[in-house]
Design a protein around this ligand. Structure first.
Ligand code: SF4
Length: 252
């Protein structure tokens, strides 16, 4: 399956939405840009309305910067800016320019929320304007990863190794889905990989699956396979977290 419709423009991007007071997308309070476009089709995606790049609102770089400007003084001490999606690397030129200007004009902490598949689109210098990468690794088994996302696992793992080489701080995110991503052996294999990346991994976030995106799938006329999947029990979440913590990782 291929959904690799990327755009190459540092001056024009496609934005799904923004959120001015997010508390779960990086350290502190975040202003979040949700970029449109994603080449994954995760079974549990809660933002399927971000998938099509050109469904987003077309914005100039200046217009995108004007959205964060009123909050900049507050964000300077309270948190920072996160660029999420969708998949922001589908618009790497625009997102790189946006992050660079956010640093240059406002001096804010920046985070990139990505699944990393397209990391080869950008060179190492691109990451100079990124303080933290929130890296989603959706499964440790390539076959299940493909069933879950429609894409290959290898580029994401290569990206994690690249970030480790660059010394770029990372938070690893893992969505816990009963019957799909909750097998102890699979989580342990991922935890071994993540622990091997070294101290650049500042924390691991185990995110319990939820059904909040279900209605969006229906509205878009898409078949949602996980309609009957329960949320994980608190015990299952605790067990998954322990598998990461047992390897010396800081877990949230
Ligand atoms: S990578 Fe994120 S936005 Fe893309 S399909 Fe998966 S969950 Fe949805």
């Amino acid at each position: 399956m291929s959904h690799a419709e990327t755009v190459h423009s540092p001056s024009t991007g496609f934005l799904h939405s923004v959120e001015s007071g997010a508390a779960v997308d990086g350290p502190g309070v975040r202003f979040v840009y949700f970029m449109s476009g994603c080449q994954f089709r995760c079974l549990y995606c809660h933002n399927p309305d971000t998938w099509k790049l050109h469904d987003g609102r077309e914005v100039s770089l200046d217009a995108a910067l004007a959205e964060v400007a009123p909050y900049a003084r507050f964000l300077k001490f309270a948190g920072g800016v996160t660029v999420s999606g969708g998949e922001p690397l589908m618009q790497a030129d625009f997102v790189g320019a946006l992050l660079g200007e956010i640093k240059a004009r406002f001096g804010l902490h920046t985070a990139l929320d990505t699944q990393g598949f397209l990391h080869e689109e950008v060179d190492d210098a691109w990451f100079e304007a990124v303080d933290l990468v929130l890296l989603d690794i959706k499964h440790s088994d390539p076959a299940v990863y493909r069933r879950l996302t429609g894409q290959d696992l290898a580029p994401t793992l290569a990206f994690a190794r690249r970030l480790a080489r660059l010394g770029k701080p990372m938070w690893i995110r893992y969505v816990l889905v009963p019957g799909l991503t909750d097998a102890d052996a699979d989580i342990a294999a991922l935890a071994d990989f993540v622990a091997g990346l070294g101290p650049v991994v500042e924390r691991v976030e185990v995110l319990p699956f939820h059904q909040l995106g279900k209605d969006k799938w229906a509205k878009l006329g898409k078949v949602y396979e996980l309609g009957d999947t329960p949320v994980p029990t608190p015990e299952a979440v605790a067990r998954a977290r322990a598998l990461f913590a047992d390897r010396g990782l800081a877990v949230a």
